[in-house]
Design a binder for this molecule. Structure first.
Ligand code: WQD
Length: 345
């Protein structure tokens, strides 16, 4: 029987889950296991994690909405001390066209995982949340105590509901300690170029669309709107490297395990604190790639917020976490990943 303290990562084959697993394997002594049914990721991710770290990750291929299968993991793994829950659908646009898929999956899987925390006495729980819980906010930068805005999509609403559920669980069951990490815009790829953002479905987010345009998979990309009330008319976001997001999860898990938490439910923003416009992101990419990007200015995209970026003081102070990658490095790793994928074909 393996007596090593274990961290369960749900959605471990996904973009942020896989990068977090690499940081866990490389910077801690935990045994790391995953639960991922590959609904939006590839089993090959685990081969690449092993290539990067030299360590194997056991993945339980279960649907977290299937409570019986999920509980088998806890019956089999007796030393789980913490859970990092990434597994959820995350396409804003798809959630608008198929809200049932999002409410069913994102809410039921969270409910089942929380129930396992109680049933199997797991007291440290990290929830993958999102800046989209703030909605269209005018007071910038946003702080963790900024109230929820109106959710602009069912996806965002599942994150708001998720946070509220966890708050109620940790109030009713004080043995459970939890953190919600609100990601701003995760971008980039592991410095090795061996893993990165590779959703099974068509890319929706800006940075993969930039790299796919640059490599020729997309003929010309569209900048969605250039007459917003911002410094250059395009939307502003807080882009943060996915590895910086990964290291924040380690800091958050240790914050709970070492009982540094002041309350049973804590919230932290994960961003750089710097707003970057779409055109500035494109310029940064052109600079690092040495390539002119083929884009046109088009109509605004429904649901887009004008600008959002984070106040990161609380995360830096309480988690002792500081993002290490700058915008050009974010673009450089994203481009390296795109070039590596081309080699594979
Ligand atoms: C960024 C900007 C677009 C594509 C979403 C989720 C958020 C988080 C990150 C999970 C916007 C513009 C984009 C294109 C463009 N996900 N854009 N042309 O919408 O800020 O955030 O992903 O945690 O929860 O809401 O990210 O990358 O889609 O868009 O002009 O072809 O790039 O209009 O201003 P978004 P994004």
């Amino acid at each position: 029987m393996n007596s090593k303290k274990t961290i369960l990562v749900t959605g471990g084959a996904g973009y942020i889950g896989s990068h977090t697993i690499i940081e866990l394997l490389e910077t801690t002594d935990f045994k790391v296991i995953s639960a991922d049914n590959f609904s939006n990721s590839s089993v090959r991710t685990f081969d690449r994690i092993e290539k990067i770290t030299g360590k194997k990750v056991i993945n339980y291929e279960v649907d977290l909405c299937d409570k019986i299968s999920l509980e088998k993991i806890f019956e089999n793994e007796k030393n789980i001390v913490g859970i990092i829950h990434f597994a959820a659908y995350k396409s804003v646009g798809e959630s608008v066209s198929d809200p049932h898929k999002y409410y069913h999956n994102n809410i039921n899987s969270l409910l089942n995982v929380l129930e396992c925390c109680l049933k199997f006495n797991i007291s440290n729980f990290i929830f993958s949340s999102s800046c989209s819980v703030y909605g269209n906010i005018s007071q910038l930068p946003v702080k963790e105590d900024t109230p929820f805005g109106k959710a602009e999509s069912p996806y965002a609403f599942t994150k708001q509901v998720g946070e509220e559920m966890i708050k109620d669980y940790t109030t009713a069951f004080p043995q459970l300690k939890a953190i919600a990490l609100r990601y701003f815009n995760p971008v980039g790829a592991h410095i090795s170029g061996l893993i990165g953002e590779s959703p099974i479905n068509k890319a929706n987010n800006l940075v993969p669309i930039i790299t796919q345009t640059a490599i020729g998979k997309i003929k010309e990309m569209t900048v969605f709107g250039s007459d917003y009330p911002t410094r250059d008319g395009t939307c502003v976001r807080d882009y943060i490297h996915v590895t910086d997001i990964g290291t924040a999860h380690i800091k958050a898990m240790m914050y709970l395990i070492e009982n540094k938490n002041e309350s049973n439910f804590s919230i932290f923003n994960l961003g750089t604190g710097t707003g970057v416009s779409v055109l500035e992101a494109i310029s940064a990419f052109e600079k690092i790639s040495g390539q002119k990007l083929n884009y046109t200015i088009g109509e605004k995209r429904p649901g887009d917020v004008i600008a959002i970026y984070s106040n990161t003081e609380k995360s830096e102070k309480e988690l002792e976490w500081k993002p290490q990658f700058n915008l050009e490095e974010m673009m450089g790793t994203a481009w390296k990943w795109e070039l590596e994928q081309k080699k594979e074909i």
